[in-house]
Design a protein around this ligand. Structure first.
Ligand code: HEC
Ligand code: HEC
Ligand code: HEC
Length: 159
C-alpha cells in the first residue's frame, strides 16, 4: 500500500473502509412497513372499481308519456355524447338570435329551454344529471342562475 502519484502530485492511499450496512434487518423491515403504510389506500381499493353511474329516467313526467314517445329530444346516443353542446347551441340561438324554438332531426319542435324543456321531463336533477356529473367530476355552473324543477316547485310553494 504505497502512496500514489497523479498529475497533481503524490497522494496517500485512501484508507480502506469496510463496506457494511448497519442494522440491515431493521432497515429492511422499516422499508417494508413504510411501503405498506404508504400504499394502504390503494390496497383497500384492490379489485374494486367505482360502479358506473345509473342515471334515473323514471320521473312522473316521463312515465306519463305514451311508450312510443318516451324518447329524449334526440336519440339516446346523441344525448349522451352531445347534450352539453346542444345546450350551448340552444343558449346561443335564444340569446343571440332571439329564436326560442328548436327543431330536432325528426322535425319535432321544442322550446329551447334548459329549465322549461330538459328539466320538465328530467325533474330529478339529483338522480339524473348529477349522477353522471359526479362520476366524471364535472360541475356545470348553470344552476347558479337556472332553476331546476325541484327549485321551481319549492319556490311556487313558498308563495
Ligand atoms: C320529452 C321528455 C324529455 C325531454 C324534454 C328531454 N329528455 Fe332527456 N331523455 C328523456 C327520455 C325518455 C330519455 C331516455 C330515452 C331512451 O332510453 O330511449 C332521455 C335520455 C337522456 C339522456 C341519456 C341518458 C342515459 O341514460 O344515457 C340525457 C343525457 C338526456 N336525456 C339529457 C337531456 C337534456 C340535456 C335535455 C334538454 C336539452 C333533455 N334530456 C330533454 C326524456 C326527455
Ligand atoms: C349519461 C350521463 C349524463 C347525464 C344523464 C347527464 N350528463 Fe351532462 N355531462 C355528462 C358528461 C360525461 C359531461 C362532461 C363532458 C365533457 O367534459 O366533455 C357532461 C357535461 C355537461 C355540461 C357541460 C359542463 C361543462 O362545464 O362543460 C352540461 C351543461 C350538462 N352536462 C348538462 C346536463 C343536464 C342539464 C343534464 C340533466 C338534464 C345532464 N347533463 C345529464 C354526462 C351526463
Ligand atoms: C350568470 C347566470 C347564468 C348562468 C351561470 C347560465 N345561464 Fe343560461 N341564461 C341566463 C339568462 C339570463 C338567460 C336568458 C333567459 C331568457 O331570456 O329566457 C339564459 C338563457 C339560457 C338558455 C335559453 C333559454 C332557457 O330558458 O333556457 C339556455 C339553453 C341556457 N341559458 C343554458 C345554460 C347552460 C347550459 C348553462 C350552464 C353551462 C347556463 N345557461 C348558465 C343566465 C345564465
Amino acid at each position: 500500500m504505497a502512496d500514489y502519484k497523479n498529475e497533481f502530485g503524490w497522494f496517500a492511499e485512501k484508507p480502506k473502509v469496510e463496506k457494511k450496512i448497519y442494522d440491515r434487518n431493521k432497515v429492511a423491515i422499516g422499508i417494508v412497513v413504510f411501503l405498506v403504510i404508504f400504499t394502504i389506500a390503494f390496497w383497500k381499493n384492490l379489485g374494486k372499481a367505482v360502479p358506473p353511474p345509473k342515471p334515473a329516467l323514471e320521473t312522473a313526467a316521463i312515465i306519463k308519456l305514451p311508450e312510443k314517445e318516451r324518447t329524449c329530444v334526440e336519440d339516446v346516443e346523441f344525448m349522451r355524447q352531445r347534450h352539453m353542446r346542444l345546450l350551448v347551441d340552444w343558449r346561443e340561438q335564444v340569446i343571440r338570435d332571439g329564436e326560442r324554438y328548436w327543431t330536432n332531426s325528426k322535425g319535432e319542435k321544442y322550446l329551447a329551454s334548459l329549465s322549461n324543456t330538459c328539466m320538465e321531463c328530467h325533474t330529478n336533477k339529483t338522480q339524473f344529471c348529477d349522477q353522471c356529473h359526479n362520476y366524471v367530476a364535472v360541475v356545470p355552473n348553470c344552476w347558479g342562475c337556472h332553476l331546476t324543477k325541484e327549485e321551481q316547485v319549492a319556490k311556487a310553494e313558498a308563495k
